[in-house]
Write a new protein. Structure first.
Length: 223
């Protein structure tokens, strides 16, 4: 086979490769799907990928009044929510550890102290009590509350779900942790223009000069 035949073969191969590339680029340009601005729905319990180097930080939220919210929480609904926990945890008294530690008596228990379970160093860094406030914050997004934890649960965004779950988990103990007293009611704001309770003078509006008392003498000395 002479060089002319080889040149024809190489030319045919290069031509085919160029044709395939052109068709591919044209197809991508024509049929490229348009990505939605936001997902149509969010699957609860699945952690979304983050472009940041660390876990997504939860938005700071005001804590509920546990003394008011826990007594009226839906314990049955909390039991339903606990099914998500039972994928990794056992809730029965004396039950075995699973992927996570047994959760019997977890409300009011010292953090990273359940016997027989190997905790992450991040969880072992604090042995404070799992009270209502800490569990409420932790359950929203565990990876943000305890950076470095081995727990991969995406968290519960709903504050109502967390309150109901805490109310249920509280019952799963020999001695349920006491519910704190309700926060004291805030004093009502005074009505506009109302005189202060201590009898102090009310500041005039818009910088106006307050009227002189009736018994004050005038500048010219006349009464």
């Amino acid at each position: 086979m002479d060089s002319f035949e080889w040149n024809k073969i190489l030319g045919a191969v290069l031509g085919t490769a160029m044709f395939v590339l052109v068709v591919r680029f044209a197809g991508e340009a024509i049929f490229e799907p348009e990505k939605p601005a936001k997902p149509g729905y969010v699957v609860e319990g699945v952690q979304e990928a983050s472009t940041a180097s660390g876990p997504t930080q939860p938005v700071e939220e005001a804590l509920p009044d546990f003394g008011t919210e826990l007594p009226k929480a839906d314990v049955a609904a909390g039991k339903d929510v606990s099914v998500r926990c039972e994928q990794c945890h056992n809730l029965a008294k004396g039950g075995p550890n699973g992927t996570g530690p047994n959760l019997w008596g977890v409300v009011g228990r010292a953090r990273a102290e359940h016997p027989g379970f190997t905790y992450s160093s991040a969880m072992m860094a604090d042995h404070g009590t799992w009270d209502y406030e800490k569990l409420f914050r932790f359950l929203k997004l565990p990876a943000a509350y305890v950076p470095g934890t081995k727990m991969s649960f995406a968290g519960l965004r709903s504050a109502t779900d967390r309150i109901n779950l805490l109310a249920y988990l509280r019952t799963q103990a020999d001695s349920p942790l006491a519910i704190p007293a309700p926060a004291p009611a805030k004093p009502a704001a005074p009505a506009p223009g109302a005189a202060p309770a201590n009898g102090a003078a009310v500041a005039p509006a818009n910088g106006a000069t307050p009227p002189a008392p009736a018994n004050e003498k005038k500048p010219n000395g006349k009464g």
